[in-house]
Design a protein around this ligand. Structure first.
Ligand SMILES: Cc1ncc(COP(=O)(O)O)c(C=O)c1O
Length: 356
């Protein structure tokens, strides 16, 4: 099944008609049939308040499927969890660590709440992006909180067990709490995602959600999982809302019956990932194919690259400068679309880059 792009969506409705939107992290593919069915069935019934703590069965499934332990708090979205974590575990003026480049709400959660960003840039090695553990150790004395992203948005890095284990040692030595945003965990290719909590259970709050892997960002929901004192501290900073009954039904159906759909989608995404990587090589762009996510992080020779490419190629990409200081030559390209759309975007980008 293929649906026409929705003009009332953020992705397809924010730019003029002639622009191909390969930016915000939605997939162009329709939601899995079992999820649509579960939403429909739930919508036919009672839509009043659910229990405040949410669906117990869903919470048990999240622990079981995620290989996680501890308390589960449902969230009205993953970004809400990031903001609440900054408020819960730090005070205004204090430092918050994160690896850059990073999904922009990590930066706004820190800045808007008047904390200080302690940026730990990922290393660009010949083998790909790596954690700068030495740099992290040097900054860690000045902070109580690390906002970690794994798989990493925008680089698509899925961190290796050795890196996670080394990170855990640093966190213990410096008494850090780590909030690990693992929203993209089901979207990995060659190597499966291993939760950070496996190495650091006593200090990790894992954030999960159905939004990216099952394309449900318009039904926002998330979860924070970890030791009870950390989850309770977070809860005190969450808005007093009830969990959304349709989002809970959708997430449960995704976990119970969404596997086949996800496997099929990952096959398509992997082909697109490889296509983008081959194209970047041809164009001489600095790029490491993502190990997870459907996002490609590309370095161009052009300053303010995204606005130049929007104007010259009529392709909308996420500007690198939104992901941290000094990344304005980078763009983030969302390849979760149909091959014809991707090909047309690459054709336009090729022309614009050759002219630049
Ligand atoms: C790493 C990461 N965290 C959080 C979000 C957004 O989550 P939500 O829409 O549930 O707030 C995204 C969306 O792309 C993301 O990539």
């Amino acid at each position: 099944m293929r649906l026409p792009p929705r003009k009332d969506s953020l992705k397809w409705g924010s730019y003029p008609e002639d622009v191909l939107p390969l930016w915000v992290a939605d997939m162009d593919f329709p939601v899995a049939e079992p999820i649509r069915r579960a939403i429909g069935e739930r919508a036919e019934g009672f839509l009043g308040y659910p229990p405040r703590e949410g669906d117990r069965e869903l919470k048990a499934l999240l622990l079981e499927r995620g290989g996680l332990e501890g308390e589960v708090a449902l969230l009205p979205g993953v970004v809400v969890g990031l903001y609440a974590a900054v408020a819960a575990f730090t005070a205004p003026g204090q430092g918050v660590l994160t690896q850059v480049p990073i999904y922009p709400p990590f930066l706004s959660a820190i800045r808007e709440q008047k904390r200080t960003l302690l940026a730990n840039p990922l290393l660009e090695t010949e083998a790909g992006y790596r954690l700068d553990l030495g740099g992290l150790e040097r900054l860690a004395y000045a902070s109580r909180l690390l906002l970690f992203c794994h798989p990493q948005n925008p680089t698509g890095r899925v961190f290796a067990e050795e890196e996670l284990s080394a990170l855990a040692q640093i966190a213990r030595r410096h008494d850090l709490i780590v909030v690990s945003d693992e929203l993209h965990a089901p979207l990995t290719y060659e190597r499966p995602h291993v939760p950070l909590a496996r190495f650091l259970p006593e200090r990790t709050l894992t954030l999960l959600g159905p939004g990216k892997a099952y394309n449900l960002a318009g039904l926002p929901m998330g979860a924070a999982i970890g030791p009870k004192p950390l989850v309770e501290a977070l809860r005190r900073h969450l808005p007093p809302t009830f969990p959304n009954v349709l989002a809970m039904a959708a997430w449960k159906a995704a976990l119970l019956e969404g596997e086949g759909w996800l496997r099929e989608i990952l096959g398509k995404l992997r082909q697109n990932r490889d296509r983008v990587a081959a194209w970047a090589r041809e164009m001489g762009l600095f790029h490491f194919p993502p190990e997870g996510t459907y996002l490609a992080w590309l370095k161009t020779p052009i300053p303010q690259a995204a606005s130049h490419l929007l104007k010259e190629a009529r392709v909308a990409l996420n500007p690198g400068e939104n992901f941290g200081e000094g990344y304005d030559r980078y763009v983030r390209l969302n390849f979760a679309t149909y091959p014809e759309v991707l090909e047309e975007a690459l054709r336009r980008l090729t022309q614009a880059l050759r002219k630049a």
